[in-house]
Design a protein around this ligand. Structure first.
Ligand SMILES: [Fe+2]
Length: 219
């Protein structure tokens, strides 16, 4: 399917090769950001429509680092964030996001997928053949489960039940540039990622443990 009514601009920077995105509805010129990982000054030149919303993938510090700068410039900005963390954001307009709901920005309809595991309030945002995956799914692997509140079993269910089951040509836009390319389709990602080839939850947990152990090996 060819989509002609929205545009995605990617920015890379922040604390750890973070990605931030501007998503523009080309019919209405409504614009939104995915995460606030880069300074407002970096993104500002590319805001040329009606900047109305910011979708937060989760509340790890690097993903919301610059949110106050955006709110200072756009106090009315609608902050979309999982309901569990809505109280953590001080903004005029906060939308507590629920799994399975659809959010309209301009003419665009965005599906909220609650995907706990990397972090309890992790959400992915799906628009047609594109899904913004935050730290739940990267190019080449899943997110890690080493922070307080992480849960590898929940990550398995989020990734395997909610993301890998999407149409296989869906393109993921992750929260960091950790892979061999900035984006990838679901089917290609499964092909290149041992962590996406687990037989079941237990197998995934074992693969994650092996992955973490390998990271700790001295080079
Ligand atoms: Fe994270």
């Amino acid at each position: 399917m060819i989509n002609t009514d929205f545009a995605i601009r990617s920015f890379k920077g922040g604390y750890d090769d973070n990605f931030q995105f501007i998503l523009t509805c080309l019919q209405s010129r409504a614009q939104m950001c995915i995460d606030a990982a880069l300074p407002f000054e970096t993104v500002r030149p590319f805001i040329d429509g009606a900047f109305v919303a910011m979708l937060i993938t989760h509340t790890h510090g690097d993903h919301i680092a610059f949110i106050d700068e955006y709110l200072e410039a756009f106090p009315e900005l609608l902050i979309v964030i999982h309901e569990d963390s809505a109280g953590r954001i001080s903004a005029l307009n906060v939308h507590p996001a629920l799994d399975g709901e659809q959010i309209q920005v301009g003419q665009l309809l965005i599906d909220v997928l609650h995907t706990p595991g990397h972090f309890p309030d992790s959400c992915c945002y799906k628009l047609e053949n594109v899904v913004f995956t935050g730290d739940t799914l990267f190019v080449g692997r899943t997110g890690r489960t080493i922070s307080q509140g992480s849960d590898t079993g929940k990550l398995y269910r989020s990734v395997y039940d909610k993301l890998l089951t999407l149409p296989q040509d869906t393109i993921i836009y992750p929260g960091h540039d950790y892979g061999r390319s900035p984006t990838i389709t679901i089917d290609k990602n499964i092909e290149i990622s041992p962590l996406l080839q687990a037989a079941n939850e237990q197998d995934f947990i074992e693969r994650m443990a092996a992955f973490e152990a390998s990271r700790n090996q001295p080079l």
